[in-house]
Write a protein that binds this ligand. Structure first.
Ligand code: 2AM
Ligand code: CA
Length: 276
C-alpha cells in the first residue's frame, strides 16, 4: 500500500488490527500486576510498564505495515519523523495513546482504552478506540460515520442543558485541577449532573452514542482526542474549542448542536479554557 495514499477505510482496517493486539497486551499485563515505571508532569501523572510496552508494540506493528509513516505517541514522542508526511503530500501520520485512562488502568477500574488514529495531511481520517477491559470498540472514518458493534452511532438528541449529563476530566497539575473544579462548581447547578470517568478518548466515544450528552476538558494532548474526536464528530457532535477556535489544548468541547451554544457560553463565562 505504499506509494499512493490509502483510503480512510484501509487505514482504519490497519488501525483496528493494531489496536486490538495492543489492547490484548494491555489486558494481559494488567493481569500480571501493574507497576508504576515513572512519573511525568506531576507525582500523580504516572506511566506504567504497560504504557511503554503497548506503545512499543504499536510502533513495531506500524513499522512493519506502514514503514514510511511517522507515528506520534504519548510515551515515545514522534518516531520516524523524516517520513512522507507534509501539509499537502498525501502523507499519513499515526497518533497513538497506548493507554488512555492510565490511573484507571493502575487501579483496575474498567474504563481505559487504546486509542489509535490516522491523519492524512494533518487531518484525522480514521480512528479506533478500544476499551482494554471490556473489549468495546468504537471506530470512525471521515465521512463514513461512527460505529460500535456494527451499529452506526448518533449522539444525544437532548436540547435542554438543564437535562444534560456532561462528562469532563481534570489534569494532573494541582493548580489546574483546582481551576477545573471551580469550573465544574459553576456548571453543576445548570446541568443534570457531571461524570468524571477518567479517560478522555472513552468520554468522547460515550458522547458519540448518547451515553453522556456532552463532554468538555481542558489540557488534552493530540493523542487523547485524535481518534475519539473523530468518533464524536462522525456521530453528530460539534467538536470545537471556545470562541471559534478549533478543539485543542485550551479546550475540547463536544456537544450536540442544540447543546453546544448554551454549554459553550456557560463554559466561556466560567473561563474553562483559562487558568493554569
Ligand atoms: P492519560 O490517562 O493518557 O494520562 C483525564 O481527565 C484524561 O485527560 C485522561 O484521558 C488523561 O490521559 C488526560 N490528561 C490529563 N492530564 C493530561 C495532560 N497533562 N496531558 C495530556 N492528557 C492529559
Ligand atoms: Ca496515556
Amino acid at each position: 500500500m505504499t506509494g499512493s495514499t490509502p483510503t480512510p477505510q484501509e487505514l482504519l482496517t490497519i488501525a483496528i488490527d493494531v489496536a486490538r493486539k495492543a489492547a490484548d497486551t494491555a489486558y494481559r499485563m494488567r493481569g500480571e500486576g501493574v507497576v508504576v515505571a515513572a512519573t511525568k508532569s506531576t507525582r500523580t501523572d504516572v506511566v506504567t510498564a504497560a504504557d511503554r510496552a503497548v506503545e512499543r508494540q504499536v510502533l513495531d506493528a506500524l513499522a512493519t505495515l506502514r514503514p514510511d509513516d511517522p507515528v506520534l505517541g504519548e510515551e515515545y514522542g514522534e518516531e520516524n519523523g523524516g517520513g512522507a508526511t507534509g501539509p499537502t503530500g498525501g502523507g499519513v501520520r499515526w497518533i497513538v495513546d497506548p493507554i488512555d485512562g492510565t490511573v484507571n488502568y493502575l487501579y483496575g477500574l474498567p474504563h481505559c482504552a487504546v486509542s489509535l488514529a490516522a491523519e492524512v495531511d494533518g487531518v484525522v481520517v480514521a480512528g479506533v478506540v478500544r476499551n482494554v477491559f471490556t473489549g468495546e470498540e468504537w471506530t470512525a472514518t471521515v465521512g463514513g460515520g461512527a460505529w460500535r458493534a456494527g451499529q452506526r452511532l448518533r449522539c444525544s438528541t437532548e436540547t435542554d442543558l438543564g437535562q444534560a449529563l456532561v462528562a469532563t476530566g481534570f489534569g494532573y497539575d494541582a493548580a489546574r485541577r483546582s481551576h477545573q473544579a471551580r469550573v465544574v462548581a459553576g456548571l453543576i447547578g445548570h446541568v443534570r449532573d457531571i461524570r468524571r470517568l477518567g479517560a478522555a478518548a472513552l468520554d468522547l466515544c460515550l458522547a458519540a452514542e448518547g451515553r453522556v450528552d456532552a463532554y468538555f476538558e481542558k489540557g488534552l494532548a493530540a493523542w487523547d482526542q485524535a481518534a475519539g474526536g473523530l468518533v464524536a464528530s462522525e456521530a453528530g457532535l460539534r467538536v470545537a474549542g471556545l470562541r471559534g477556535r478549533p478543539a485543542g489544548p485550551d479546550l475540547v468541547l463536544a456537544a450536540p448542536e442544540a447543546l453546544f451554544a448554551p454549554l459553550h457560553d456557560r463554559l466561556d463565562d466560567l473561563d474553562a479554557a483559562g487558568g493554569p
